[in-house]
Design a protein around this ligand. Structure first.
Ligand code: MN
Length: 234
């Protein structure tokens, strides 16, 4: 389009680094799976049985490369970490069969679903949307995306998170209530997936609060690691 096609210069395309490449992964949307590990469902006071998965979203530009420093976000006194396997979609589609899901996956990574837990809990009680608890600026720090050919497994691998070196979350992808094949297939029944869509696949047990000055590290074995430092409130 010509330079006068928009009333002002469009914002830069949201994107994430790619392992082993200077080219970046353009982010279209970020979908997040709600409860997807039984032990986390229990710690959140919920039934761990296999109810249908539910989803929420974050804006594309909440994604940011790691390592990074994030200012402690506004409005909260209870910022929580949630380490999650990241799935990056490279080929769109609707009603994708479980057997075909991996043909649509461009890569995988590890990220943190940062959560303003106090605002999320208020929203739950009031029957309001989760957005202010989940979809705030800088709420999705993500390690470089690894091309799927270089990913050993999205079905079994250790997933872990530490705060200042102390392990807080330590689980295995095999504990996912809804596997990648299953939840991506289910998501594609609700929306037509598109290249650039990111899926945050849910967090295991052990979530907790972080404060300014904390250094959060985490990873999924065979896929990657990340480091996020929490800065002072902006
Ligand atoms: Mn989460």
């Amino acid at each position: 389009m010509s330079s006068d096609a928009y009333v002002f210069t469009p914002p830069e395309q949201a994107s994430l680094a790619v392992q082993g490449s200077d080219a970046r992964f353009p982010v279209r949307r970020i979908f997040c799976v709600g409860r997807n590990y039984a032990a986390h469902a229990i710690e959140m006071g919920k039934d761990p049985t296999r109810e249908a998965p539910f989803f929420f979203t974050k804006p594309a530009d909440a994604a940011l490369d790691t390592p990074c420093t994030i200012p402690y976000p506004p409005l909260t006194e209870n910022l929580h970490f949630e380490i999650e396997l990241i799935i990056a979609i490279g080929k769109g589609g609707a009603d994708i069969a479980e057997a075909d899901v991996m043909d649509h996956v461009w890569g995988a990574s590890v990220g943190i679903d940062l959560t303003r837990r106090d605002l999320q809990n208020e929203a739950k009680i009031a029957g309001r949307p989760w957005d202010w608890g989940k979809a705030f600026d800088n709420s999705a720090p993500i390690a470089p995306i690894v091309p799927i050919a270089d990913v050993p497994s999205v079905e079994t691998a250790r997933i872990w998170l530490a705060v200042n070196g102390d392990i807080k979350q330590d689980a295995d992808l095999a504990e996912l209530i809804w596997s990648v094949r299953e939840h991506v297939s289910i998501l594609s029944q609700a929306v037509t997936l598109a290249p650039g869509d990111i899926i945050m696949t849910g967090t295991p047990a052990g979530v907790g609060a972080i404060v300014a000055g904390d250094v959060v590290t985490g990873g999924v074995d065979g896929i990657g690691t990340l480091e996020v430092t929490i800065g002072p409130r902006a």
